[in-house]
Design a protein around this ligand. Sequence first.
Ligand SMILES: [Zn+2]
Length: 438
Amino acid sequence: MKPIAVTLLAALAPSLAFAETAADAGRTTALHCAHFVDTAAGKLLGATTIVIDGKRIRSVQTGRVDVPGAGSIDIGDATCLPGLIDSHTHLTGETSPTGYTDQFRWNVADYAIRSTVYARRTLEAGFTTVRNLGDNDGESVALRNAINAGIVPGPRIFTAGVAIGSTGGHADGSDGYRKDLAGDPGPKEGIINGVDDAWKAVRQHYKDGDDLIKIMPSGGVLDESSSVDNAQMTLDEVKAVVAAAHDYGFTVAAHAHGAEGIRRAVVGGVDSIEHGTFMDDADMKLMKEHGTWYVPTIIAGKYVEEKANVPGYYPPQVAAKAKQVGPIIQQTAARAYKAGVKIAFGTDASVYPHGQNAKEFQYMVEAGIPPMVALQAATTHAAELLHKSKDLGSVEAGKFADVIAVDGNPLEDITRMQKVAFVMKEGVVYKQDGKPAP
Ligand SMILES: [Zn+2]
């Protein structure tokens, strides 16, 4: 254990400056924005002054207002927005052509150290909050805690720890391995078969210090099994997870591509459907009835389709599934928006390189989602999905001072979201003039 701890400390030492910046954040700052996207009202406003006391917003005032005794930050002719929320990330891993063999060589510490780099990249891309929907062995809890303590810079993390699914399913990371390597993981590792296992798995998450639950009621792309869309949990298992989750105040996110897996998840009472590729009209009707959120992750579908055509990037079984999902996922987002399904922004970051999260906005707008609705999906609506609207999702008095800025008008050109010039999280500036803050 000792050598690992020493290595970790050495790797993290340069970032300790951020802890000091956070410590003197007790002061008042006036942030002057030339334009302001008020996502709560759905309006683009003119010059706005955001007054910040420590970690929280004191007031939002029209025009350029001088605040006596306050420090001031002028970000020029940029447009301010609330800090963005990505409802679907995996901050402890990242796509790589060697990813399938790395997992036989890497320890949890390898993933943990790399995750500090991915977290910083995500924050600098304007994402001040994420839902982390699945890690290897709880290392996202350590990352969350280090970020909260000001030791490494990164977004505020709400983590699901390891995903919950059934034997041989998308959560069972050992599909396709030699038998002695595949083993037989159980509820402690997130693999359940039956109602009792479901309760045990959720309670284990409570014990492990997770914030929410992620389940896998349908097949997925990146494991080496044959189906991307078969149903992999019974309705009773889903209901048991949801009932147990509610005992502990957890929300439940459901990865699901197939129509039947989506149906069981929605009827079982989950809060969100992730990906939803083969969602049918009946699923959409059910989601509206149950108030279930949809997190499209279009960028992940497009990225895996692209890499499926690079020989050797994925094992053959994975490449075949990626080619099924890629061409459909954006059309599903278009259909769901038209049908009136509630949409929260999420990207499946790690399936594509961290930091490119904002490309999803472009894909959403291409799918017919209006730019303001796409921005709300990543702010006010994502905060609702998290059950954190009191603290997050808009720039309003009393909420956390999470503010970003982009040059120009992102409602006219949504690709501007991919070039974030300014990032503030809880009153601390992490990026200014397009460069990381010193
Ligand atoms: Zn995912």
